[in-house]
Design a protein around this ligand. Structure first.
Ligand code: 5GP
Length: 130
């Protein structure tokens, strides 16, 4: 069965999309640790990041870099934190999280709630800097 992220990529499940290329997709995490918490995924469904083919891996990392640069412009923060966990969804993804300190990357922190309109505004603001 297709992963939840594959179903998001095909549009079967809605998301707050930030950007898309031929091989990659970026959208807002539905349970964000911070305003602007973005997930970047390769369209190909591979569970473990280090199982990606070299070419896909490089494209994926460069795509994530461009999203991170736009994200930093859209959301005031000290840095964009980058992490890969993948224990919940078996489809490679990078978390890009605007941070002001190391604690902002703590995945046990309480998640932030945004309205549909707020999510839409965040996604389009990031996209506007791409
Ligand atoms: P991980 O696999 O890296 O441990 O975590 C998966 C991440 O995907 C979590 O931060 C979770 O909030 C996010 N996530 C899980 N299901 C969905 C979904 O249906 N939509 C979106 N936008 N994010 C999701």
């Amino acid at each position: 069965m297709a992963s939840i992220f594959s179903r998001i990529i095909t549009g079967e499940i809605p998301c707050y999309k930030v950007a898309e290329s031929e091989t990659c997709f970026a959208f807002l995490d539905i349970n964000p640790l911070a305003k602007g918490h973005v997930l970047v995924v390769p369209k190909i469904e591979v569970d473990y990041i280090f199982d990606l083919e070299e070419e896909t891996y490089i494209e994926f990392q460069l795509f994530a870099k461009n999203i991170a640069i736009a994200l930093k412009k859209a959301i005031p923060c000290e840095r964009i934190g980058v992490t890969v966990i993948g224990l919940e969804v078996p489809h490679t993804h990078i978390h890009l999280i605007p941070i002001n300190g190391v604690n902002d990357m703590n995945f046990t922190n309480k998640k932030i709630h945004f309205t549909k309109e707020e999510f839409e505004e965040i996604a389009s603001s990031i996209a506007s800097f791409l």
